[in-house]
Design a protein around this ligand. Sequence first.
Ligand code: CA
Ligand code: CA
Length: 197
Amino acid sequence: MLLFSVLISLMLVAPGDIVISEIMYNPDGPTLGIDDRYEWIELCNIGAVPLQLDGMMLSDGGNQLFLEGFLLDASSRVVIAADEQSFTEAYGTGITVIPWDGVWTKLSNSSDTLLLYSSNGQVLDELAYSDSWGLVEGDTTRSEADGRGSSLEKINILGPNTEDNWAPSIDWACPGTDPETGDSVCWGTPGSVNSVE
Ligand SMILES: [Ca+2]
Ligand SMILES: [Ca+2]
């Protein structure tokens, strides 16, 4: 087991091994509260072997947050939450939320470019999203992912980070409980397969 762990730690992670698979960039205001507590990012290991996440960095060019040691199995997903306690209150304890260090990379409610770096500084994935993504034609208000409860999910996990490959989550996909109202909630699919995949 020790040898296996050492081998894993020596393997260099490369683009195509891990992707940003879902983001909650604008949590629903009235129920989920402020962004600093309820934003989160989901990563998916799309490679064939476990990946050591230690030292990976997420940043939008401003703040930088560094992932701490966690071995992510192939085809598995984890959540990086702005505030783990708030996340757990909203979604329960059954979702893998991994520790990080640094400063939360605030996800803009208008548009932002989120980058995932390897521990040696290589860009592993880049998501330049906009709040116009998922806006239904003719709807002059907001996308469902823009503060209306849904997250923004990647449709084809192996595809590009283009507007047509991302969509607001479909509500029924995520059972949970609103910590304030006790109502059942459906705020994306953190840690599990996306509802639009
Ligand atoms: Ca935000
Ligand atoms: Ca998901």
